[in-house]
Design a protein around this ligand. Structure first.
Ligand code: ADP
Ligand code: MG
Length: 646
């Protein structure tokens, strides 16, 4: 026959929890033995009366101390630090009080209850610790993306080094099955990358020579040689880990409320219990032991553990659940804010559209050679990371010789100005031309128009077009279905392009031709009329100010700029706008669970408190009420962690 594995193994407890469990089980076994001896009169048979009473007192103390000595110590330490009135204090007073009832020899003894309260309190605590550990693990599983080493080539041989030691520009080798340790660009090889841990996306992504790979993905099929573009500390993996580690510091209002609530609540119930124990007997309304016992019962029920633990745990679960979908939430306050979003404002380029522009037409004017114009434009964009710049460089066949670019300045929302081969080149929209007093010609083709001026005279324009993301339309309709009233697009692009995109996606409103500063103004204007919260979604190239201004700032993570990921409250790792509606659903579910737990826990407590005050509830009911409510609330909280992709 197979032996059953111990519970601690089945439930994947850690060492400390396993020891704790053993202690509780031992105490429970002794407790029930003593109880049996007591109930069946064995003690009375041996010790006679009243010897049996003292014997059972001593015997019940054993499981009590085995299970609860740490609680008593903690209560004592807190009192000495002047921080009484926490859970361990309530439990210590209630249980010591129950044992002390022996000083009223005329009444029933209550040692069994005293020991039981401590035992079941510890059962609840262990369960709590297990639940917290488990939800932490779900985040850790997502966080299991930290690489331990990087392979670099030294004297022709591969050596494993600490990722921290790798410099920017070093070549690292990633074998199949290994995790990409540092962000970089593939210089040799091709492979499939599993990005599920980062993005929640199960379809592998292909990486060929020249493609960017981000750390945290798993290399599945081929050997990749990658030139690193960042230090380990600045790579995607390190940034994500940092975000998640800091998430618990940003607390939701609800969470802060519960903490404050517990801080005033515990002293109040303690004094209420004292009043129940003292006042009625002083007024001659019954016996001392009766009322003292009611006061003690009151103390047991009033323990706020269910609330204190289940509310943060629910938020924790929500954050963990979201991270399974590739949605990083930087704190529970943002989850709370997200649940009340009724307006979503989008940036266009890189957010609703792919941000990879194709060149549609090149119209050179005044005898300028179109190839020369494209080459000048590509060189002018040499140092820009803007999606437009990246696409123009892509469209240019030749090599970009950075040495020819003497000076290059990006004018946010306008374009770039650069000196190439001694000639002044401007590449950007009509605002840029106007700002430099260059007259330009419009174009009939729909698309984003890049005007080019060389040495102050107009050279023509390049028309480029961006494609909307596959799931952009779905994203907008999902948001509408989720009750978001307004989906608005803000863009620095031309009105025609904006109009076409807005119509295609079913947006409620759009505003075009905006400079980054105008976007902040627009958001402030929209904020005034929004009833709920406003979320801004951007890819972050020059969106950071707007991201900060919105109630909830959401950034596209994989493609977005570092500044945006810093400024954002929520990061979508897979760049999919459809994840916004999912994030809102997770946030709302989390808030529902939080509210259920608050109402349920307080409701049951108030009921048992009332019963205890009038003497209907005894200590047994109180302890089961307390532990039961805690367990149910924790189980409910853990639901926040389970999310479906749809
Ligand atoms: P969006 O709001 O669509 O994300 P941006 O605010 O980033 O757009 O840019 C607005 C406009 O400014 C672009 O449509 C383009 O005309 C011009 N622009 C911005 N950066 C550049 C650049 N590096 N090169 C050329 N044009 C640019
Ligand atoms: Mg942008």
């Amino acid at each position: 026959m197979l032996a059953a594995p111990p519970i601690g193994v089945v439930f994947h407890m850690n060492k400390k929890q396993k020891k704790w469990l053993k202690r509780i089980l031992l105490a429970l076994a002794i407790f029930f033995t003593v109880m049996a001896l007591d109930e069946f009169g064995v003690l009375a048979g041996i010790f006679g009366e009243p010897g049996a009473l003292y014997a059972s007192f001593a015997l019940y103390l054993i499981p009590y101390l085995i299970a609860g000595h740490d609680v008593l110590l903690k209560a004592w330490r807190n009192i000495r630090r002047g921080e009484a009135f926490d859970e361990s204090f309530l439990m210590a007073v209630a249980t010591i009080g129950a044992f002390a009832m022996i000083f009223f020899p005329d009444t029933e003894p209550h040692m069994a209850e005293g020991a039981a309260v401590m035992l079941f309190y510890q059962v609840g605590e262990l369960f709590q610790s297990y639940a917290v550990g488990k939800s932490r693990k779900s985040i850790a599983a997502m966080m299991d993306i930290a690489p331990d080493y990087a392979n670099i080539e030294r004297d022709g041989a591969l050596v494993q080094v600490d990722p921290d030691e790798v410099q920017i520009g070093d070549i690292i080798v990633i074998k199949p099955g290994e995790r990409v340790p540092i962000d970089g660009i593939v210089v040799d090889g091709a492979s499939q990358l599993d990005t599920a841990a980062l993005t929640g996306e199960s379809v592998p992504r292909r990486a060929d020579e020249g493609d960017e790979v981000i750390s945290g993905c798993i290399n599945m099929t081929g050997v990749l040689r990658v030139r690193t573009t960042k230090l380990f500390g600045a790579s995607t993996v390190s940034r994500i880990l940092e975000l998640v580690e800091n998430a618990s510091e940003k607390k939701a209002h609800t969470e802060n409320f519960i903490t404050r609530f517990a801080r005033v609540y515990t002293p109040i119930v303690t004094f209420a219990a004292l009043a129940i124990a003292i006042i009625p007997p002083l007024m001659g309304m019954g016996t001392w032991p009766d009322w003292i016992l009611r006061g003690l019962t009151f103390l047991v029920v009033s323990c706020p553990c269910a609330l204190v633990i289940s509310v943060p745990l629910s938020f924790f679960g929500g954050i963990g659940g979201a991270s399974k979908l590739g949605i990083l939430v930087k704190g529970s306050n943002y989850l709370e804010a997200l649940s009340e979003v009724d307006t979503v404002v989008f940036d266009k380029t890189g957010t609703l559209t792919n941000g990879t522009f194709n060149v549609v037409a090149i119209h050179a004017e005044g005898g300028v050679d179109p190839d020369y114009m494209l080459s000048m434009a590509a060189h002018a964009e040499a140092f820009s990371d803007h999606p437009i710049a990246v696409s123009i460089k892509e469209a240019y066949d030749g090599v970009i010789e950075q040495g020819r670019v003497e000076q290059a300045a990006e004018e946010s929302g306008h374009g770039v100005a650069a000196t190439i081969d001694g000639r002044e080149v401007l590449v950007g929209n009509d605002k840029l031309m106007a700002a430099h007093d260059v007259s330009w010609n419009d174009c009939k083709i729909t698309g984003t128009i890049l005007h080019v001026a060389i040495d102050g005279s107009y050279a023509g324009h390049i028309v480029i077009a961006d494609v909307v993301k596959d799931d952009a339309e779905q994203a907008i309709s999902d948001l509408h279905a989720a009750g978001v009233e307004r989906c608005i697009m803000l863009t620095g692009d031309r009105d025609e392009v904006a109009h076409a995109v807005a119509k295609q996606l079913g947006l409620d409103e759009y505003h075009a031709q905006l400079l980054p500063g105008d976007k902040v103004e627009q958001v402030e204007r929209i904020l005034e009329t929004a009833r709920g919260n406003l979320a801004f979604v951007g890819d972050g190239i020059n969106d950071a100010p707007v991201l900060t201004r919105a109630d909830v700032g959401i950034a596209m993570g994989a493609m977005g700029s570092d500044a945006a990921i810093e400024a954002a409250d929520i990061v979508l790792m897979d760049d999919k706008p459809s994840n916004i509606a999912r994030a809102i659903r997770v946030a709302r579910k989390t808030m529902r669970i939080v509210h259920q737990n608050i109402v349920f826990a307080i409701g049951v407590k108030v009921l048992i408190l009332a019963l205890a005050a009038v003497g209907i509830a005894n200590m047994w009911l109180a302890v089961f009420g307390d532990v039961g409510v805690a367990v149910i609330a924790i189980l409910n909280a853990m639901r926040a962690m389970s999310v479906k992709r749809d």
